[in-house]
Design a binder for this molecule. Structure first.
Ligand SMILES: Cc1ncc(COP(=O)(O)O)c(C=O)c1O
Length: 406
């Protein structure tokens, strides 16, 4: 069937969506690998560690003991109690069980929160560089993503005066992601309070605090938005999950705390779409939230070493790649503006960061994601949560490929 004809079957709603650039890069890398090429992917947003054994066993126990039926839509009472405890213990946030929800990944919570609150033409402020899915989810819900661009010199962090200027009568959300994917930016409590001060005069604006990288912090201290500004907690949706903290991306389990009216709306959407998140994954998440956490220190130490390794090798690609040392998350966000205008050994002109990413994939066999996907170009995002040996080889290949540019 022709693509024009198949497009005629698709809804207008779908046409606003762009395919995920991170997914496209991973797919291209898989295809080249299948053709026998040696490809190292630095494009995946996940840890390469195994889900800890005590979490695996909790899931197996759940299967054997018959925890295999529908549960309450927003999660089992036990998991909700563990989520309430987690927010109190780690973030000083007090929610009741009717103010928390468990879902199929943090992604489902973000999606449903936009769907539940945005009307056609409403605006949601996102801070570039941002996680690729925010803008698409906002658009799909009928909203308009309003992109703010703090520069690298500001640590990629939103400044209060820029927030104040961006708010209009149509603004419904400020989306904050600290630590940030892809920049690794980490907001201090004072910086969050300064943003909250601006929002105090705008009672219709809600805050989405996407805390999914909370555990991956090397320098500085994590603070959740509502923790920094308790007066804003009735307008804040605090989102987290087990994907990044416990190497559980495939289990699809995210959770959130927020005002009861919003949590109820999320539950309603969930009840008419996916129902409860997997009962097995809920049992695993319970073990993750209630279980030992000492391994997290070891994971952080290993990631910190990898960050140092990658930065040490990639320094040789300067000035074509310019890198800061991100305080958190497991990504490097490399400014590649000095590579724009160069030519590959085959004479192909590098005009965009996407061209550079394509060159690195085909010439060096390394998959990275162009910054265009994250709303700030020309940059490359390199995820360094891969084994030391693969990371070393990938970075050396990137340097060699950069030096071949003329
Ligand atoms: C900033 C950010 N938020 C949310 C998510 C989604 O996490 P989950 O696996 O819980 O759906 C991701 C995953 O990459 C992310 O990077």
């Amino acid at each position: 069937m022709s693509s024009a004809l198949t497009a005629a079957y698709l809804s207008d709603r779908l046409l606003v969506l762009k395919p995920s650039a991170t997914g496209a890069m991973s797919q291209a890398a898989r295809e080249l690998t299948a053709q026998g090429r040696s490809i190292i992917s630095l494009s995946e947003g996940e840890l390469d560690f195994d889900t800890p054994v005590h979490i695996q066993h909790a899931a197996i126990r759940a299967i054997v003991q018959g925890e295999t039926r529908y549960t309450d839509v927003g999660g089992t009472p036990r998991l909700k109690a563990a989520i309430v405890d987690k927010f109190r213990r780690d973030n000083g946030l007090s929610y009741e069980s009717s103010e928390v929800i468990a879902s199929t990944g943090a992604k489902q919570i973000l999606f449903n929160a936009f769907l539940a609150t945005l009307n056609e033409g409403d605006e949601a402020i996102v801070v570039a560089p941002y996680w690729v899915s925010y803008t698409e989810m906002i658009r799909l819900a009928g909203g308009i993503p309003v992109k703010l661009m703090p520069h690298a010199g500001q640590g990629f962090k939103l400044q209060p005066q820029d927030l104040a200027r961006a708010i209009t009568p149509k603004t419904r959300w400020l989306v904050l992601n600290s630590p940030c994917n892809p920049s690794g930016a980490l907001y201090s409590a004072d910086e969050l309070r300064a943003l909250a001060d601006v929002l105090r005069d705008h009672p219709r604006v809600l805050v989405m605090s996407d805390d999914i990288y909370e555990e991956i912090v090397f320098d500085g201290t994590f603070c959740s938005f509502a923790q920094a500004s308790p007066g804003m907690s009735s307008r804040t949706l605090t989102i987290n999950g087990v994907s990044k903290a416990y190497a559980m991306t495939g289990w699809r389990l995210g959770y959130a705390g927020g005002p009861r009216w919003l949590i109820k709306a999320l539950e309603m959407l969930q009840s008419q779409s996916t129902s409860n998140p997997s009962s097995i994954s809920q049992a695993a998440a319970l073990a993750a939230l209630e279980g030992p956490r000492a391994f997290l220190d070891e994971w952080r130490a290993r990631l910190r070493e990898r960050r140092a390794l990658a930065l040490r090798i990639l320094a040789s690609a300067a000035p074509l790649l310019t890198l800061g040392e991100p305080p958190a998350a497991f990504y490097l966000y490399a400014d590649c503006s000095a590579a724009i205008g160069k030519r590959t050994p085959e004479g192909v002109l590098i005009e965009t960061d996407a061209d550079l990413a394509r060159y690195l994939l085909h010439d060096a066999g390394v998959a990275v994601v162009p910054g265009t996907a994250f709303g700030m170009a020309p940059y490359l995002r390199l995820a360094y949560a891969v084994s030391d040996s693969r990371l070393q080889e990938a970075c050396e290949r990137i340097v060699a490929a950069c030096l071949r540019l003329a």
